[in-house]
Design a binder for this molecule. Structure first.
Ligand SMILES: [Zn+2]
Length: 596
């Protein structure tokens, strides 16, 4: 077997200079190996610094890994190491650099530098010590260069920190990375911006943390809502755990510069207030979902789903002293203009009661559609099977490559291929299960029974019931919007789960009467009085609903009444007209005019 020459390339993450120098080094090392009858292999370290010896780390760098493999006998100790110049190996202080260099030569390794084709090994140095002296001088110079550069970077960074402290915008890229929900690609004299894609996901994580959801549940929700993941990788619990303790949530950047720690307030656009940040820490340390009696779970809060009909702002959740939920528009207090001038609120029980009526419609619709989508899954199954077969071949090839000559890069490639394969196999299993479920005859009925169990009145009327967390997920998945109006002494609630179609519940006619109707963007609305609902006496079965759905346009009223009947079975009280005519309290004098 031929002796191996490992070409070691360490290049900066700067793409422009990186690629061309990489190609040049690779070509030159291959030529050298061919000329000297050596078998070529490669070691690569991208964006690993040699200034503080990070490229010697056995676990974190290819070079360190290679030396480790020689020490443990996995790689023959008479192998060659090819580098462009000695400063690729080390930019550390001259004593450490020389000590490391000699220890590598003592292992039996031959080091050759591409620029001058100088060969360093035990024999060459024993024969002529000037080689060693030259290497010491080269290491000293490399270290000096790095030190000067580092000092320059530090003083420039200090200027930018000063700039920020003076209240001017600054993006500081030279001291550590930015958080993942931020776009820091702008000029250093501009402020950082929310990341165009990741910001929304980050916002959702913070909202869920505030509501007290577990990391596990947050990851599940992220996978569903943002399936492309976090920079193409799957969402993980550690991402959330690291994020929720990071003061960057309220805009503060903590930066290490040399030995000094700098705390830059208002550096990032905030995801929450500082108080909310501390509340998140409290929720986390309590860790139990119902740590105290007041931790109520709203069905609509924190999802940017419920809006104020007067000003268009997002409504928040508030828990009253007797443990009830109210939805409140406080945008007038927070926003600079255009919001409600006074905050106003409405009972959560009415909003959530009506929500469940609409959610039941949405759930029926969704279940029917899912049933028809079983055939769509066949395409997905085939795609997965093809890719898994490809990966099997790939894995076999890489493994035999490693058997021929060991390389850190190949090992990484193998691990990545195996990881992808494992994920695909698990996904395929899930899809197959889903298909099985969907093609089973009774699935619709089973779904419905489970759903009604989830939305039973006992759960809706108890704001602290843990099942509400599950219910929130269904609301999030199916509902498009909820808009709350209050004008002329009445309440008007508008729900939508389908584009262009709105379920409206509002006070109407005489005091203490109410009505509901379906409003469509183009059609004229059909008004159905509450009396009709009273007249419905016969309970139809779920099967009828399935049929009704196919003629939804005409059967809408019948469908609506059926839903009310079904909800009555799981203990829902009747909606009362008085709920839509709230009393004027002394604290809430805001009178709104009916919007145009
Ligand atoms: Zn408002």
């Amino acid at each position: 077997m031929k002796t191996q020459l490992y070409s070691y390339v360490r290049w900066s993450s700067d793409k422009q200079t990186g690629n061309s120098s990489l190609e040049r080094q690779t070509r030159k090392s291959k030529e050298y190996a061919a000329r000297n009858g050596l078998e070529w292999a490669e070691l690569r370290d991208e964006a690993v610094s040699a200034y503080r010896g990070a490229n010697w780390d056995e676990k974190k760098s290819a070079l360190g890994g290679f030396i480790g493999a020689v020490k443990s006998g996995l790689v023959p100790s008479d192998s060659w190491l090819y580098v462009e110049s000695l400063d690729r190996l080390s930019r550390q202080n001259v004593l450490d650099a020389t000590e490391w260099f000699i220890s590598v030569l003592k292992l039996g390794i031959t080091i050759v530098t591409g620029l001058d084709e100088h060969v360093y090994n035990r024999e060459s140095i024993a024969a002529n010590a000037t080689g060693l002296m030259m290497s010491i001088m080269l290491f000293a110079r490399a270290n000096e260069e790095s030190e000067t550069k580092s000092k320059r970077v530090v003083s420039h960074t200090k200027l930018l920190i000063e700039r920020h402290k003076e209240g001017k915008p600054a993006t500081i890229k030279s001291a550590g990375s930015h958080v993942w929900w931020i776009d820091s690609t702008g000029d250093e004299k501009e402020a950082v911006k929310p990341h165009p894609v990741m910001w929304d996901a980050a916002k959702m994580i913070v909202e869920m943390c505030k509501e007290g959801h577990s990391v596990f549940r947050i990851v599940a929700a992220l996978r569903e809502r943002y399936p492309y993941g976090f920079k193409g990788r799957d969402w993980s619990g550690s991402t959330i755990k690291n994020m929720r303790v990071n003061p960057a949530l309220y805009g503060c950047r903590i930066m290490q510069l040399g030995k000094d720690e700098h705390k830059l307030e208002n550096y990032y656009p905030p995801l929450c207030t500082e108080a909310e940040f501390y509340r998140i820490q409290e929720v986390k340390s309590n860790n139990k979902f119902r740590a105290n009696k007041s931790s109520s779970i709203s069905l609509l809060g924190g999802m940017r789903l419920i809006r104020c009909g007067q000003c268009g702002g997002t409504m928040n959740t508030l828990t009253t002293t007797d443990g009830k939920i109210r939805y409140v528009c406080s945008s007038g207090l927070a926003s600079k203009g255009g919001g409600c001038t006074r905050s106003w609120s409405l009972s959560g029980i009415l909003i959530e009661h009506c929500l469940m009526i609409v959610l039941t419609h949405a759930y029926f619709d969704d279940s029917i559609r899912n049933q028809n989508s079983a055939t769509d899954l066949d395409g997905q199954i085939e795609q997965h099977e093809v890719r898994i077969a490809e990966l099997n071949t790939e894995i076999k090839n890489i493994a035999s490559g490693i058997a021929k000559h060991y390389s850190e890069a190949l090992v990484e490639l193998l691990a990545a291929a195996e990881k992808e394969r494992k994920q695909l196999v698990q996904e395929l299993d899930r899809i197959n299960q889903k298909k099985l479920l969907l093609t089973t005859q009774s699935v619709f009925e089973t779904n419905m029974v489970n759903f009604f169990e989830l939305i039973q009145w006992g759960i809706i009327s108890d704001p602290t019931h843990e099942t509400r967390v599950k219910l929130r997920e269904i609301v999030r998945r199916l509902m498009r919007s909820v808009v709350i109006h209050k004008y002329d002494g009445i309440v008007s609630l508008q729900y939508s789960y389908k584009e262009g179609e709105y379920f409206v519940f509002e006070g109407a006619g005489k005091r203490h009467e109410w009505t509901h109707y379906i409003k469509r963007d183009k059609d004229t609305s059909t008004v159905v009085s509450a009396e009709i609902i009273e007249q419905v006496k016969n309970h139809r079965l779920i099967k009828d609903i399935e049929t009704s759905l196919y003629n939804l346009e005409t059967a809408q009223d019948g469908m609506f009444n059926m839903v009310l009947d079904m909800l009555a079975i799981v203990n829902y009280p009747k909606l009362k007209g008085s709920q839509f005519w709230p009393k004027k309290s002394s604290t809430e004098r805001t009178v709104f005019k009916k919007p145009e």
